[in-house]
Design a protein around this ligand. Structure first.
Ligand code: AHR
Length: 507
């Protein structure tokens, strides 16, 4: 550990921007997995359920979270997805084995219900097609059912099912994690590239304005990482707009210092995929750029046994119900910072997932809904991290990690609203033990008046929110933050996520 009391510093200047934040950066993900849908967002008979069975307490929290887009219906689930099972009269929908998570799918909640959920929360749907057990024809049928105005068998079927207006779904994922051997219908890069290219080409014959996401790797650890992206993009380049990235982090063997530096890996991942996209662009002599859809990211304790042991083929069992600590929320916030720092190329992202399954929102069947610790950084970033990301070159004391070597204690980004001149800084102090003094030179921006400095930190870094104590953890105002002669000074609490808002308005 070096120079613990030396302040971390950076300078803000509106002349040095990275890119405008695409609102789709604040997307999330709903998969038919565990209790995300059933007894999560959908629970007919719950005292808070509306006439369609959607829990209004959950809808309210989703709105408060500020989610802009929602990826659906998977995830691994999509590779066995039979969309036609999930539409039409509920009592006629088949009950099926769901192979990805070894559960039973009743199809009681389906495509129409999902679109209702999107409408009620104001979220843009981001639909995935099944390229595991299915292919081009099925993708076209789903697209016709969803988006064609009428006068064809499938668009008229949608109208007969009660949705006369087309869904107008613009973003579509071409399968999910097709590089993974766990995936139903797993493929080589060549096989997937060919299928994705043909599917994309045909979908664009129906609507050239669709935005399509080709599957990148399921993570950097997989052996085919980067070569997969290069092969797939060479095959699909003309007909896709995005390539996907997925990353989950967890604390392993008590190595908290490395865990706190997870975003170092995430930024390296983003930069590697950008390099691969641009390599293919050069090779193909293409003019357009492929952007990144980071459509699964979160903290996920994959190595921990499920505290709720479940039998195979149950309906909506308790799966992946991670309970997030303050430490997890700080790492999570740092991941948001990583996304924002690359807003020029990461133009869509989906927090995996939304309710109960590695989620910011938890529910009990027949009981309450509450916010996990990770809810707060997301809600704050979505509310205030809109506008143009400014370049933040941090000069910070460092600490030593086993996985990533020397890492800056400060991880930060800043977003400016170019209309008002207001600036919001998001910052994480990775030190487990010490407060970190921070000086921000505001010479290049007009925002010199402090609006608020909110912190998520706790004397107990293991503190969590639960059904019994849903408000145990929440952000609190920082003390002692000042702006003097155009320099902001703050003390960032140990192991903390911080949002500092500055306005250009004269008091
Ligand atoms: O989000 C949980 C799972 O993680 C998704 O179904 C899959 O795509 C990924 O491996």
């Amino acid at each position: 550990m070096s120079h613990r009391t030396t302040p971390a510093r950076f300078t803000l200047d509106l002349a040095f921007g990275i890119g405008v934040v695409n609102p789709r950066l604040y997307g999330s993900f709903v998969e038919h997995l565990g209790r995300c849908v059933y007894t999560g967002l959908y629970e007919p008979g719950h005292p808070q359920a509306d006439s369609e069975g959607l829990r209004q307490d959950v809808l309210e929290l989703v709105r408060e979270l500020g989610v802009t887009t929602v990826r659906y219906p998977g995830g691994n689930f999509v590779s066995g997805y039979r969309w036609e099972d999930s539409v039409g009269p509920r009592q006629e929908r088949p009950v099926r084995l769901e192979l990805a998570w070894k559960t039973t799918e009743t199809n009681e909640f389906g495509l129409g219900e999902f679109m209702d959920f999107c409408a009620k929360t104001g979220m843009e749907p981001m639909m995935a097609v099944n390229l595991g057990t299915r292919g081009v024809e099925d993708a076209l049928r789903l697209l016709e059912y969803s988006n064609h105005p009428g006068g064809t068998q499938l668009s008229d079927l949608r109208a007969a099912h009660g949705d006369k207006e087309p869904y107008r779904i613009r973003m579509w994922c071409l399968g999910n994690e097709m590089d993974g051997t766990w995936q139903i219908g797993h493929k080589t890069a060549e096989e997937y590239g060919r299928l994705a290219a043909e599917t994309a080409r045909a979908m664009k014959m129906i609507d050239p304005d669709l935005e399509l996401v080709a599957c990148g790797s399921s993570g950097t650890a997989i052996k085919t990482f980067a070569a997969w992206e290069a092969t797939v993009l060479e095959a699909t380049y003309d007909n896709v707009e995005h390539v996907s990235l997925h990353a989950y982090y967890e604390e392993i063997d008590g190595d908290r210092d490395s865990f706190l530096a997870s975003a170092v890996d995430m930024e390296h991942y983003i930069e590697s995929v950008v390099a691969t996209c641009d390599h293919v662009r050069a090779k193909l002599k293409a003019t357009k750029r492929i952007n990144l859809s980071f459509d699964e990211w979160n903290v996920w304790y994959q190595q921990r046994p499920n505290p709720h042991p479940v039998e195979d083929w149950q309906q909506a069992p308790r799966l992946l119900e991670d309970v997030y600590t303050v430490t997890d929320a700080v790492v999570f916030g740092s991941m948001l910072i990583a996304l924002l720092r690359h807003a020029d190329r990461v133009t869509a992202a989906s927090l995996a997932q939304l309710v109960n399954v590695i989620a910011p929102i938890m529910t009990e069947p027949g009981g309450p809904a509450w916010r996990q610790t990770t809810f707060f950084p997301f809600a704050q970033a979505s509310a205030h991290g809109r506008g143009r990301v400014l370049r933040v070159d941090v000069d910070s004391p460092t600490y030593t990690t086993a996985k990533f070597g020397e890492v800056p204690l400060l991880h930060a980004t800043a977003v400016i609203d170019d209309e008002t001149g207001d600036v919001t800084v998001f910052a994480v102090n990775r030190s487990q033990t010490d407060a970190l003094p921070l000086d921000i030179d505001l010479r290049g921006v007009d925002a010199h008046a402090l609006v608020e400095h909110l912190v998520l930190a706790d004397s107990d870094p293991e503190a969590v929110n639960t059904a019994d104590r849903p408000d145990r953890v929440a952000p609190h105002p920082a003390t002692g933050t000042t702006v003097t002669d155009g320099v902001l000074h703050a003390e960032l609490e140990p192991l903390s996520w911080n949002m500092i808002r500055l306005t250009a308005e004269q008091g």
